[in-house]
Design a protein around this ligand. Sequence first.
Ligand SMILES: Nc1ncnc2c1ncn2[C@@H]1O[C@H](COP(=O)(O)OP(=O)(O)OP(=O)(O)O)[C@@H](O)[C@H]1O
Length: 332
Amino acid sequence: MGTRAGAPRQDAAAPPPSPEGGAHAVVTTGLTKRFRGGQLAVDGVGLAVPRGSVYGFLGPNGSGKTTTIRMLLGLVTPTSGSWSLLGAPMPGGLARTLPRVGALVEGPAFYPYLSGEANLRRFDAADPGADPRTARARIGAALDRVGLTAAAGKRYRAYSLGMRQRLAIAAALLGPRELLVLDEPTNGLDPQGTREVRALIKEIAGDGTTVFVSSHLLGEVEQMCGHVGVMRAGRLVAQGPVAALREAGAAPRLRVETPDVAAAAAALSRAGLDGVRPGDGEVTAHAGEQPPERICALLVGEGVAVRGFGVVRPTLEEIFVGLTGEGFDVEA
Ligand SMILES: Nc1ncnc2c1ncn2[C@@H]1O[C@H](COP(=O)(O)OP(=O)(O)OP(=O)(O)O)[C@@H](O)[C@H]1O
């Protein structure tokens, strides 16, 4: 989609160096929202979003992602807790900080009969903080950033789903942004549109912008994000680099295929292995410190018919299902 390839250009997404330091673009402490009526939507969430990261905010529908995002942007008042954006404590710093934050929470309503460019002009004109004198350059840069320069004059209704969503992201990039917050940006897109948006997010992150992106799709987060925060029923149940979560959650297990399930399970327990789980024609257990070949020899020595033997690591999906207690949609 892009015309990137290193050519110098005015880039709406490239942030200027931030005067406010700090290793994190977003920090929350005990962020909580209880709606009138008693619903505890977000419960003591402590986010730490490293600057420059693509941070996937992952959780099933209804787990509190949108409410958290709305609190970050000052659209919903937290019941308790505190937060900062780009190093500035909120909500006091909202007016000063929000111009450096692009957000796509509920997609902007675009006019079908206007071109993409004309839609952005209207959108920009409605922003009291946007300087009309620089509108043309900023709109041009945003369209370029999302790869819509060639289609700028085309009517919105003729845009594909992916182009429509890229235009919505362009609307969030009408100024230099240090942080881009996207709530389920690929929801409702076809596979091609999903690929376009995912590639765009990676490009924007490549410019140095921190991207905070929510999703209920594990596969999507795995493909796009270096960091992840996992929500379950309003609580943040895990957070960190994807690789570290994978490593921490992926304690290797021994898997023994055998018709003698009960005998194999008993032998593994006697050998001191934890987490022995008999299954259908197989037994698994935590691999522990003992060399697998010794365990295998021990099983054979005890007369267990070993048909297959191996060390397996849980997939990322299995780790997250363990964390959230429910299945994730892994399609992306
Ligand atoms: N304005 C509101 N008033 C009362 N309850 C609400 C309100 N907004 C959200 N909730 C509830 O808070 C919980 C969290 O919703 P939220 O939209 O934040 O979750 P989510 O993870 O973003 O899910 P989804 O992707 O489906 O929007 C849900 O149970 C929802 O019904």
